[in-house]
Design a protein around this ligand. Structure first.
Ligand code: GLA
Length: 369
């Protein structure tokens, strides 16, 4: 769990911004809720010096990356940075190709705890080999550094990400702040994803996720303004059920209470962080009614459930709890067994029913598992 600069600020990063975000993580209670890593994404780096060392933007980072990392650590948080396996990053800054060990040593000297390693400008490079190389370089420093593989799912990193030392791997193209719809970046260059597109793309990858090696459906857009609060609740709830890394991507200094409450919901975070580390699965899909039922097994044998109405109209979702292995429902609204009819709507005026799908039906006791 953590925060990353890209979704909201893109290349507009600076020492002041990142310190502000670390302070806000602490003040808002997000650190206490479990968010740990503060990650600067692309654009902190400008060039290499005469011996090939990576050089940070001195105007935007006047205290150097070490100064910033020290500050982040002084707040009790961890510090992450971004690079790319190719010759240049996606924003055209120097990549790590040919400098893997040199960069890893530099990161360790700065006190980096997390590296997001991207895949732009890699031409004919082999993805598993490139990520294995950076993992070996990080390993050689002796400092534990989380390796976040950002290869967008092109070479199916769920098949090799764990083997090459990755702790999480992006499974899709970039998320954008919208509910649904893939969009080409430019003609023929596919695609950015909406929340629903990502949910569908990672649905079948559940067997690859587990403690220390996660499918990454990309960072959160909660609070960035493009969706309704209900959609943001659904986005957050799904990321929790999918055992996704929860990396906030909004401006924490100015977030309204509704957004704060979504990002710090303790019950939902507990489901995400459940030590069994299972990614939730779609257990029913009704294309005609446009409803899904999803369930995530938890350590104590109980299930977290999402009743997902994909449509815009209010919908009756009939669930056979027993078939999900649920004998008794803990929430009083659902104190019943067998087929239960629940009215749930994703958006529009039906605010209360909407919430059913993500909140009240979260955790269901199991009696016989
Ligand atoms: C790629 C990644 C994004 C972000 C940008 C930075 O698009 O997928 O998450 O890191 O690069 O340029």
């Amino acid at each position: 769990m953590g925060w990353n600069s890209w979704n909201k600020f893109a290349c507009n990063v600076s020492d002041e911004l990142i310190r502000g975000m670390a302070d806000a993580l602490v003040k808002s209670g997000m650190k206490d809720a479990g968010y740990q890593y503060v990650v600067i994404d692309d654009c902190w780096q400008v060039s290499r010096d005469e011996v090939g060392n990576i050089v940070a933007d001195a105007q935007r980072f006047p205290h150097g990356i070490k100064g910033l990392a020290d500050y982040i650590h002084s707040t009790g948080l961890k510090f992450g940075i971004y690079s790319d396996a190719g010759s240049k990053t996606c924003a055209g800054r120097p990549g790590s190709l040919g400098h893997e060990y040199q960069d890893a040593r530099q990161y360790a000297a700065w006190g980096v705890d997390y590296l997001k390693y991207d895949w732009c400008n890699t031409t004919t490079q082999d993805a598993p080999a490139a990520y294995a190389l950076m993992h070996a370089a990080l390993d050689a420093t002796g400092r534990p550094i989380v390796l976040s593989i950002c290869e967008w799912g092109k070479a199916q990193p769920w098949l090799w990400g764990k083997r090459v030392g990755g702790n999480l791997w992006r499974a899709t193209g970039d998320i954008q702040d919208r509910w649904e719809g893939k969009k080409e970046w430019s003609p023929g260059d596919c695609c950015s994803y909406g929340v629903v597109d990502i949910i569908d793309a990672v649905a079948d990858l559940y067997s690859y996720a587990g403690p220390g090696h996660w499918n990454d459906p990309d960072m959160l857009e909660v609070g960035n303004g493009g969706m309704t609060d209900t959609e943001y609740r659904s986005h957050f709830s799904f990321w929790a059920l999918l055992a996704a890394p929860l990396i906030a991507g909004n401006d924490l200094r100015t977030m309204p209470p509704e957004i704060h409450d979504i990002l710090t919901n303790k019950e939902v975070i507990a489901i995400n962080q459940d030590p069994l580390g299972r990614q939730g699965r779609r257990v029913r899909k009704d294309n005609q009614l446009k409803v899904d039922v999803w369930a995530k097994q938890l350590t104590d044998g109980s299930r977290a459930v999402i009743l997902f109405n994909r449509g815009t109209a209010e919908q009756i979702i009939a669930v056979n709890w027993k078939r999900l292995g649920i004998q008794q429902i803990s929430s009083p609204q659902f104190a019943t067994s067998g087929n239960t009819k629940i009215s749930a709507s994703r958006r529009g005026k039906q605010q209360r029913p909407c919430q059913l799908m993500a909140w009240q039906c979260w955790q269901c006791d199991r009696k016989t598992f």
